[in-house]
Design a binder for this molecule. Sequence first.
Ligand code: ADP
Ligand code: MG
Length: 719
Amino acid sequence: MAYAIYLLFLYPNNTIITTVTSILSNPIEYLKGVGPQKGELLRKEINLHTFRDLLDYFPFRYVDRTKVEKIISLHAQMDYVQIRGRITRLEVMGENRAKRLVATLKDETGEMSLIWFQGWQWMEKSLQLNVAYLVFGKLSLFNGYLQMSHPEMELLTGETVTGKQFLEPVYYTTEKLKARGLTAKAIGKLSKNLLEQMSPNEIQENIPKPVLEQYRLMDRSKAYFKIHLPAGEEDAQQARRRLKFEELFLAQIRICRLKIRRQQSSHGFLFNLVGDTFNTFYNEHLPFTLTGAQKRVLKEIRQDTVTGRQMNRLIQGDVGSGKTMVALLTMLLAVDNGFQACLMAPTEILSQQHYKSISELLEKMPVRVALLTGNVKGKARKQILKDVASGEIHLLIGTHALLENQVEFRNLGMAIVDEQHRFGVAQRARLWQKNVMPPHILVMTATPIPRTLAMTVYGDLDVSVIDELPPGRKPITTVHRTEFQRPQVMDFIREEIQKGRQAYIVYPLIEESETLDYENLMKGYEEVKAFFPEPRFYISMVHGRQPVAMKEANMHRFVTGDTQIMVATTVIEVGVNVPNASVMVIESTERFGLSQLHQLRGRVGRGAEQSFCILMTGNKLGHDGKERIQVMVQTNDGFLISEKDMELRGPGDIEGTRQSGLLDLKLADIVADRAILEAARASAEKILQEDPDLTMPENQPLQQFLAAQLGKSQWSKIS
Ligand code: ADP
Ligand code: MG
């Protein structure tokens, strides 16, 4: 009790201070040195509207002004440096408009020139000979001599003989801003002015004290001062760490609250029964024993569906880990409880494959399965829609055609989305409306998302991982080959085909260079044809410019084994299952991202035979390309690859994350700052577990901060 009162005393009227009387809400033009015109520019160019925005405009790096170099040790690669010396000579050189002021600066090790092209008259008057200056500027090379143009000069007198030594923050600026005098330095000066005239109390703490203590975080106000005005490296480091933590912590609090709110408010169907349908199938028709991971995930789903709340679960499982069977068993569970279920896949081909394999598996079961895609038309479509509405169809498989309004279920209890990254969050939400109460949602993805990213992007979903492949799989052998070795590669394909196998040859097709890529594909196709004159070798070709029907016919011929070679673009990337294919040749490998390469490679190695992935590149390869190929050759582990992918390309490039808008982080980098993210996540979860409504006294700073933020944020859009 005493503790509570103490805290109330510590945070009196917090909201009033931050929202009403704070100078931080002042428009930016009111700041000394800004004014209406510059204010307008700051708003337009870098989105600074208020004093607070300026404080949140963090430097992206620092120039180390704690060091003073000797002239003798300077070299051209040093960029910005600081030196100390005396001016021994001042000369105006050149004619007319080319006039410039040249000062000779001398320290105990040597001398160099300082040059002014503009404002030199004024400099000539103000610079003094034979007194000490601290000089800071960018080194440049002229006629083989190092010099500095327009350096900053600080006169060293009396108490400041050593000068100010500090880290100088560098801010992002634009050409337009610079033209108006708002250079990186000028922006730094503005934030410095603001911080100096501001009471530290203006910046209220928003992280609960126990968390601050646990992670030894700098307090918020201090962090804002130190990120803009660090005395040294350590200061800057600690300030950044604190503010990164704050950024990630607040994001996690929001995500976790969303999840809690969803769990509290969304009632879900009860699947109390594991009945005849499930058991008969499981005991009599399951073609193999489930892997431990498959069983575990099924158990998690089972637990979700008896809580009375709606399930929202993501299954991550590497290519070939057997997600389809988990999906099927989950759907049978729905049927046992009197519900219908649907399975949505991103492409026609995938839907067909799912439909085919699931129908075959259920052949002897009294469960009716139907396929609905854009290609199902006329009478057949009408009949399916009718039978779905009446409940005669138990399982509906298809493309996003399932989302259309005409598709009305009698009682949809479980909606499964395969290969999630092809669908947006909005589409997922449309599934919710397919019943009076939202059905359970199961999302399956083969793009292993690094754990840290999953936390950020899918933080509102529960995550299950199938981290085990079915037994007996031989790891795919991956090799790198260059153009020189093409004949050998082709011979190798021939041998495999002669053994009865099939091969893929995949070409990149990336939008910007579509025409060129298309030509390459066609050239490749002709080349392959020329390599295999044998009458019994047939080649399928599939690419995005073909009419859908043609694409499917070609794909179908390969699936059924009528053709031995599939020349294709990445349209075959997702999900296709041809267990007899044992060779995957990827052309221009350097143009693919790691995760995409892994997906492509996953098209082979699905049968019992040893499979091969051959990564083709030109004879020359950049550093990045080499590194990616190294990774592919060394590991088959999708999670490792996606982590590496994220390191190499940055999270923004990972499919499905860009549009999510969840990665709008100012300071933190979810790859480099993974440890901070995990700590932030753990703290957020713990706090909300103990105090979901944030009513405990120690959580008041957080609660009030969030309340003040409400309305400003984009977060409400996601749910
Ligand atoms: P993905 O997770 O990539 O969707 P699939 O569900 O297509 O993988 O499964 C890949 C292959 O592995 C299929 O041929 C499937 O029948 C087989 N499979 C799935 N689970 C098992 C298992 N437990 N034991 C043996 N084979 C399995
Ligand atoms: Mg699959």
